[in-house]
Design a protein around this ligand. Structure first.
Ligand code: 8YV
Length: 320
């Protein structure tokens, strides 16, 4: 290895992050923010010691198989890592790290934005004002779903789910959750545990999806499960789009079974199912859960801390 490890950074990063990366490493940056194909990524990995990648990059088993022996670490600038073939990396002795914790608050804030935006018709109101269609007060104009006192079901009570729960308590919501395992009392607080998804859904006037995308969770919210929600429920997704069966949710939004949906993530994003755009009862954001200045810097520093530890021969703080 030359004097400094050689790092491929697959995406343009915030200036503070690129500065530290360029200072401490032989960094191959991506100022034009080109999106790497699998082939391009494997080619660009030639002669590198580490990969600094991001969500959506195709870090497939094939790409990992083509990386040179010198690559010892893949640090993903994301908490989710479904885009990285972790088992293939492990088989080659490549360490994979992610960025947990630093984005809990920012993502939970956006979950509340989606929850409120959907319930209180934020996008419709904004469109009305901008279009000059707001003609005056009316006692039944733009009535939405009341939030206070309602039950919020959280599917996936990990660090982000718990940050959503903290915020929801501030809105006087009753928090319910389903998780693979019940939380210890100090983390559970007054949240009500459900041992099945089905039981959680039946108690979810609002449903917030906060679980990772895994073979078990994909399309978990399908027509059968939507039928279990109380009529007029509000669905919020800030986790991954593929946890939702789009046909089922679009049907439910049309019928009113689901009163509104606040979505920050979509299957196939940015090419989301176009029917969401046509529905008045959707509040749609372009996957900005972690997009605050502080959080995006912190995510970058987290990747860099993992790289620094790895190349110093220390254990990485966030191995997967
Ligand atoms: C990122 C995310 O914006 O961390 C995640 O898993 O979904 C987002 O915070 C994105 O994946 C960037 O890598």
């Amino acid at each position: 290895m030359p004097d400094k490890p050689r790092i491929l950074c697959t995406r343009r990063m915030p200036p503070n992050v690129e500065e530290r990366l360029a200072r401490d490493y032989h960094a191959t940056l991506n100022p034009e923010d080109r999106i790497y194909s699998a082939q391009g990524l494997a080619d660009a990995g030639e002669g590198k010691d580490g990969i600094f990648c991001a969500g959506g990059d195709p870090v497939t088993a094939e790409v990992i198989g083509r990386l040179p022996e010198s690559v010892g670490i893949i640090a993903t600038y994301s908490v989710g890592y479904e885009h990285v073939a972790v088992e293939a990396a492990r088989a080659r002795g490549i360490v994979v790290t992610n960025t947990p914790d630093v984005l809990n608050d920012a993502t939970a804030d956006v979950a509340m934005l989606c929850l409120l935006g959907a319930a209180r018709r934020g996008a419709e109101g904004d469109r009305m004002v901008r279009a000059g269609e707001w003609v005056g007060w009316d006692s039944t104009m733009m009535l939405g779903v009341h939030v206070t006192g309602k039950r919020l079901g959280i599917f996936g009570m990990g660090r982000i789910g718990r940050a959503v729960a903290r915020r929801a308590r501030g809105f006087d919501m009753e928090v319910h959750y389903n998780n693979r395992t019940r939380l210890p009392p100090e983390l559970e607080g007054d949240a009500i545990w459900h041992d099945t998804v089905e039981s959680l859904l039946a108690a979810s006037d609002f449903l917030s999806i906060n679980a990772p995308s895994t073979p078990e969770t994909r399309k978990f919210l399908d027509a059968e499960r939507i039928a279990l929600l109380p009529d007029g429920a509000v669905v919020v997704n800030t986790a991954r789009g593929d946890l939702v069966d789009d046909d089922a949710l679009v049907d439910a939004l049309h019928s009113g079974k689901v009163a509104a949906a606040g979505l920050d993530v979509f299957a196939g994003e940015p090419n989301l199912d176009p029917r969401y755009r046509e529905l008045a009862n959707t509040f749609l954001l372009p996957h900005i859960g972690s997009a605050s200045h502080e959080t995006r810097d912190a995510m970058g520093y987290c990747c860099l801390d993992n790289l620094d530890a790895f190349f110093a021969g220390r254990p990485c703080p966030n191995p997967i």
